[in-house]
Design a protein around this ligand. Structure first.
Ligand SMILES: Nc1nc2c(ncn2[C@@H]2O[C@H](COP(=O)(O)OP(=O)(O)O)[C@@H](O)[C@H]2O)c(=O)[nH]1
Ligand SMILES: [Mg+2]
Length: 242
């Protein structure tokens, strides 16, 4: 396992969408990762996402406060067929290790002992692939199958988790808020002056920054925004003292 992790390497060439935060769904097979990917991003696949058209189908754009995030559905944590494991695991490993945040999806409708065993298996796998220290949020999925008592009991056992249902959409708004909070440290407030001649940079800023406040001045467009730190670095030449 360690050899495989080494072979795949960490920091390689610059990612094509390296300025956008990566979030990865991890978890036991059948926990509901793919269902959640669809529920969270279904409405997002559209014109605005042509920027990311080169992405593979298991990665989609998730917009929070207008800012895009790349959300990846990983496979292969626990699979039944060994030959699938090898293929699927390479991609999973890479996506997991480069994600700023892991969403650990757990089937909360399973009996407690089984739920704990699946949770443990995933945590152990994350340790093995060197992703044990990565920021992680626990999602208790399939809560639509649970009554009020069962939900209360889950909240007591997992006080930091978010209760969700990929089928009914329950909890997804709260999940978005949690994700934004977890990734707040990757954002940087900037004040920029973009020359009118550089329409490309302005368009890129609008695509990646979400909600911005802008003001037209004789010198160019003055923009205040909260943007990913890596994008801020790239746009440093436009910075103005506020
Ligand atoms: N009732 C219910 N079923 C769900 C939910 N999420 C997923 N499922 C079902 O659980 C099964 C596995 O879901 P899937 O998304 O394929 O899991 P994955 O293997 O983690 O990608 C499917 O039959 C889904 O319809 C949920 O929130 N509630
Ligand atoms: Mg799946």
């Amino acid at each position: 396992m360690e050899a495989l992790a080494r072979a795949l390497g960490g920091d390689g060439a610059r990612e094509p969408h390296g300025d956008v935060p990566h979030v990865a769904l991890v978890g036991y097979t059948n926990a509901g990762k793919s269902t959640l990917l669809n529920a969270l991003t279904g409405a997002e696949v559209g014109v605005r996402d042509r920027l990311f058209h080169t992405l593979d189908p298991t990665t989609r754009t998730l917009r929070l406060s207008g800012r895009p995030h790349l959300l990846t559905d990983t496979v292969g944590f626990i699979t039944k067929l060994p030959h699938q494991l090898v293929d699927a695991f390479g991609a999973t490993l890479e996506e997991t290790r480069r994600a700023e945040l892991l969403l650990h999806v757990l089937d909360a409708s399973a009996p407690e002992a089984q739920e704990e065993a699946m949770k443990h298996a995933v945590e152990q796998t994350l340790e093995e692939i060197g992703a044990g220290e990565q920021p992680r949020l626990l999602l208790l999925n399939k809560v639509d199958l649970l009554d009020a008592d069962a939900r209360r009991e889950l909240r007591l056992r997992h006080p930091d988790a978010v209760l969700v249902s990929g089928v009914t959409g329950e909890g997804l708004e709260e999940l978005g808020e949690h994700v934004e909070r977890e990734l707040a440290h990757t954002l940087c407030p900037v004040e920029l002056l973009l020359p009118y001649a550089d329409g490309g940079s302005l368009a890129e800023l609008h695509e990646l920054a979400g909600d911005v406040s802008r003001q037209d001045t004789p010198e160019g467009v003055r923009v205040q925004a909260l943007i990913p730190a890596r994008l801020a670095e790239r746009f440093a030449r436009f910075a103005v003292a506020s």
